[in-house]
Write a protein that binds this ligand. Structure first.
Ligand SMILES: [Zn+2]
Length: 444
């Protein structure tokens, strides 16, 4: 899984009806001025601070298999911590009985420096002997790392060579999703779309944790490489509603052995008319991921994201990126031709799925089109999809007739909003984009 989604500017925004009219110059008269001064005076006199989010963090006592480990930062040598409540520092041990409290910090809302000193972690100059430590803030279990607020706990792991450490957020599944749904979709979208997003994200997270989590110290990245997680800043009443109203709901389908289980419920921004079969993009095969028509995203996505303009990359840059990423391509030398080896045809457009690379040595090789795209543009924000044509343009490669945004597998996020606008429910949206799937509820 590489890119799942894209930033909020992808879609057409509906105007929020509650937009502050005081921003309009017509309203900048003495009445609003008086209000501003009155509020300012009240703030000063009342000693008011910025409104604090007081929603408690749910599921803090849930079983370990429902905790998510999110990689916040890796290979760092310092960071800044701030907490709205006192916190405890313990060593790491899966058995809570063997966890030893190393320190207790009572300072609140004060920036605290964490750094690596002679291969050991120090917090406010206090040195800890362990390779792994856990910082556990008291209720409401919120901490701020380098200015970004997260719920749950913070785990720090010193890298094997002792030169840096990784920062990992340990957080129960539901509050984790609260930091995902509002980052993946605008919170003013239809409740049914937000609920569909919550269920897809919950499923994808649990699948990824189960499939890959055992072999590494974390389950999810916080970026579009998995699914975007922004912690407390992504939360809103709407996203919490979507999460609470779908609590524990996941998608399952029949697996190769005949049993029912969760599957990687991929999703992406704008499929441009038809979603893609996962086997062509990620190489895995599940009945709900075969690809379906989507007439719903066209009216939701912004025109410039539905149809994107030609983009060019220097040939030397493309060769360098490909050879750096795939050492087997070094025998090709300079890439002299990129041609279509396979594509999915959907009537008015086709999505490239496989390309043939020809090199200056006369040798050739094949690559998934999605891998080519994300090797050339790892952000996926310029080269937005593989629905395009590739041509030689002087000393550049030009990608033209571009359409759609993202890998196109699974739920189309703009399409989900389009269906919701038509009055479809979250389950109708999910059963459309993941045919053959079923919603089950985990009993926490
Ligand atoms: Zn679509």
């Amino acid at each position: 899984m590489e890119i799942l989604n894209y930033p909020c500017e992808t879609w057409t925004k509906q105007k929020p009806e509650t937009r502050l009219k005081t921003q309009d110059s017509r309203y900048k008269n003495w009445v609003s001025g008086l209000w501003v001064w009155s509020l300012w005076l009240l703030t000063i006199l009342g000693g008011c601070k910025a409104r604090q989010l007081t929603i408690p963090t749910p599921q803090m006592d849930i079983e370990p298999q429902f905790w998510v480990r999110v990689l916040l930062d890796d290979n760092v040598t310092a960071c800044t911590l701030k907490t709205p409540s006192p916190f405890t520092v313990t060593n790491e041990n899966s058995d809570p009985q063997i966890q030893i409290t190393r320190a207790r910090f009572d300072q609140i809302n004060v920036p605290i420096n964490i750094k690596l000193t002679n291969g050991r972690i120090t917090i406010a100059r206090e040195l800890f002997p362990d390779d792994e430590i856990i910082i556990f803030p008291d209720d409401p279990h919120i901490f701020s790392l380098n200015g970004n607020e997260y719920r749950g706990k913070l785990k720090l792991i010193i890298d094997p060579d002792g030169s840096s450490f990784d920062a990992i957020n340990l957080i129960p599944l539901e509050p984790y999703l609260a930091g995902v749904v509002g980052a993946e979709m605008p919170n003013y979208w239809e409740p049914a779309a937000l609920k569909a997003q919550a269920i897809a994200a919950r499923t994808y997270c649990l699948y990824t944790k189960k499939r890959f989590g055992d072999n590494r110290a974390w389950d999810m990245r916080k970026t579009a490489a998995h699914q975007v997680y922004r912690g407390v800043s992504a939360e809103s009443a709407q996203t919490w509603n979507a999460i609470n109203q779908t609590k524990g709901q996941v998608l399952v389908c029949k697996q190769a052995g005949g049993t029912e289980d969760i599957f990687p419920a991929y999703y992406s921004s704008t499929c441009a008319g038809h979603t893609e079969n996962s086997i062509n993009v990620f190489g895995d095969s599940y009945e709900p991921l075969i690809g379906v028509p989507c007439p719903y995203c066209k009216d939701v996505a912004k025109h410039r994201f539905f149809f994107w303009p030609m983009i060019q990359f220097d040939k030397a840059y493309v060769t360098a990126k490909l050879l750096q990423r795939y050492s087997r391509l070094k025998r090709l030398g300079e890439i002299t031709n990129i041609s279509t080896a396979a594509q999915s045809n959907y009537g008015e457009f086709s999505r490239l799925t496989k390309v043939k690379l020809l090199g200056s040595t006369g040798k050739s090789d094949f690559l998934k089109a999605e891998d080519l795209r994300l090797t050339i543009d790892p952000t996926g924000r310029k080269l937005r999809s593989t629905i395009c044509k590739i041509i030689r343009w002087g000393d550049k490669w030009a990608f033209l007739s571009g359409r759609g945004y993202g890998h196109g597998v699974g739920m189309c996020q703009c399409g989900a909003q389009g269906m919701a606008r038509e009055g479809k429910t979250a389950s109708q949206i999910l059963y459309h984009y993941y045919p053959g799937s079923k919603i089950l509820t985990i009993d926490y």
